[in-house]
Structures are given as C-alpha cells and as structure tokens.
Design a protein around this ligand. Structure first.
Ligand code: ATP
Length: 245
C-alpha cells in the first residue's frame, strides 16, 4: 500500500442550505496523479476549495468529515498554512494578477512558502525550465498573455510555493487541444519530479490518460471510483464523460 499523501474522509460541505458534497472520501497516494471527474455543479471545485481551505471565501463550510495531509489534519488550518504545509491550489480560470508582470506573479507565488532565497531562486529556475515563455515574457503584464500562457503562469506561480501536492482545477478549460495537451504533458513532468496531483477535469479523456486513479462525482457524491484504466473502459464513463455512444 502506497504512503498516503492526502486522505479526505466522509467530507460533507454546504453553502448555506445548498449541499454541495455528501460524505466524499478521496485518497491521493504519495507520488500519484488522481483525477476527479464530473459534470457542471458536481462539486469538484468545492472539493478542492475544502482541501485548500479557501471555501470560506465562497461562504461554504464543511459540516462533517476530515482532511489529512501526510498524516496530519489540515482541516483546521488557514489557507496560508495549508500552502506552507505543502498543498497548493491552481484555481479554475487561472486567476493570475492581470495588471502585474509575469515576474511579479511568480514572486507572489513564493510568498507563502517556507525556505529562503536559494530555494526561491531554484524554484524560479525550474519554472523557467518548464515554461521558457515565462522567462521571455517576464516583464510583460500577465493580462497580455494568451489563455494557455496564463495557465502556464498559474501553474508556475503555484510551483513557486514548492508544493508536495498540487490541486489543479480544470487546467485545460477553454484551451485549444494542442495547448491542453501541452499543459497535460507538463503536469506529468511536474508529477515525475515528485509532486502528487489531484486533478479536477471536465475533459475526462485527458484526466483518465494522466491519472492512475479516478473518482466520478455526481451531485456531490462519489458515484464511481477505481483505476483510471478501468473507468476509461466502463460503458457508463465512456457514454457520459468520453462522448462515446
Ligand atoms: P463547475 O465545473 O461548473 O465549476 P463543479 O463540479 O466544480 O462545477 P462546484 O462549483 O463545486 O461544482 O459546485 C457544487 C454545487 O455547489 C453546485 O450546486 C453549485 O451551484 C453550488 N455552489 C458552488 N459555489 C457556491 C456558492 N458560493 N454559493 C452557493 N452555492 C454554490
């Protein structure tokens, strides 16, 4: 049995009277890519926000359940402490700081991380190695980048905090297929250098190719879970999420 990176147990979340998640349990083994699939409103973003503790900004709150990272509870921490613990979210829609330069966006990503200048410089070198365009455009305003480049910047900004677990919310959303494939390759590369990944995607084909394990959320509940290969072969997943009739 692989060492657990993340363990979400029986998590229920509400936004006032709206129940967004019901008794959801998800595991990310250390070093794995785990995918969460599901249609609009299934609760995917809510799950990531509950883990990163940014849920409160949406007026959401967990009503029960627990979240542990590397064996320690993280569900009582502030969002900044979750980052410092090694769990970093890339939000849906990138949310880069449009008026700031690319370089300043990346610097902002390092603010919450532990470690000194040497570590930050090494993280920046790694980000530039993964995304040379971010070095070329360092002084440009982030708002001037293309959608794909902004997704690279959002990923790069998260990497500046040197995460051991990345939470990715729909990284391929709105991107042309080639760019989506490029982002997927980079996620694999990031994972290969030791970062676990919890990937939320509407693009099930990409997610199931990257992940070792996947969960399907339907109206706030885990409807299916298992090895990604098995889910990719299941009639229900093929019909509902892969567009195969
Ligand atoms: P999408 O892909 O459309 O973002 P999702 O699977 O990420 O969908 P969530 O955004 O987690 O789904 O939403 C789950 C449920 O919670 C939906 O019914 C949604 O309407 C509701 N919800 C999400 N955010 C809020 C909020 N701030 N206030 C009230 N209800 C919310």
């Amino acid at each position: 049995m692989a060492v657990a990176s993340l363990e979400v147990r029986a998590l229920s979340v509400g936004y006032g009277p709206v129940r967004a998640l019901r008794e959801v349990s998800v595991d990310v083994p250390d070093g794995a890519i785990v995918a969460v699939l599901g249609g609009n409103g299934a609760g995917k973003s809510t799950l990531l926000r509950a883990i990163s503790r940014t849920l409160a900004f949406q007026r959401g709150h967990a009503t029960s359940g627990s979240i542990r990272f590397e064996g320690r509870p993280i569900d009582g921490l502030s969002p900044a402490r979750v980052v410092a613990a090694g769990v970093v979210q890339v939000p849906e829609g990138r949310q880069v700081f449009a008026r700031m330069t690319v370089a300043d966006n990346l610097r902002a990503g390092a603010l919450g991380a532990r470690g000194g200048r040497g570590e930050t410089a090494a993280a920046l070198a790694r980000v530039h190695e993964l995304f040379p365009v971010l070095a070329d455009r360092a002084r440009q305003r982030a708002g001037l980048l293309s959608g794909g480049e902004q997704q690279m910047l959002a990923l790069g900004r998260a990497l500046m905090a040197r995460p051991r677990l990345l939470l990715l919310d729909e990284p391929s959303l709105g991107l042309a297929p080639l760019m989506a494939a490029r982002i997927a390759e980079t996620v694999q590369e990031i994972n290969a250098s030791g970062t676990s990944v919890l990937l939320v995607e509407q693009n099930a084909a990409i997610a199931l190719r990257l992940a070792s394990t996947a969960y399907v959320l339907e109206v706030g509940e885990v409807a299916l879970e298992g090895p990604a290969e098995r889910l990719a072969a299941s009639d229900e997943v093929r019909r509902r999420y892969l567009g195969v009739v």
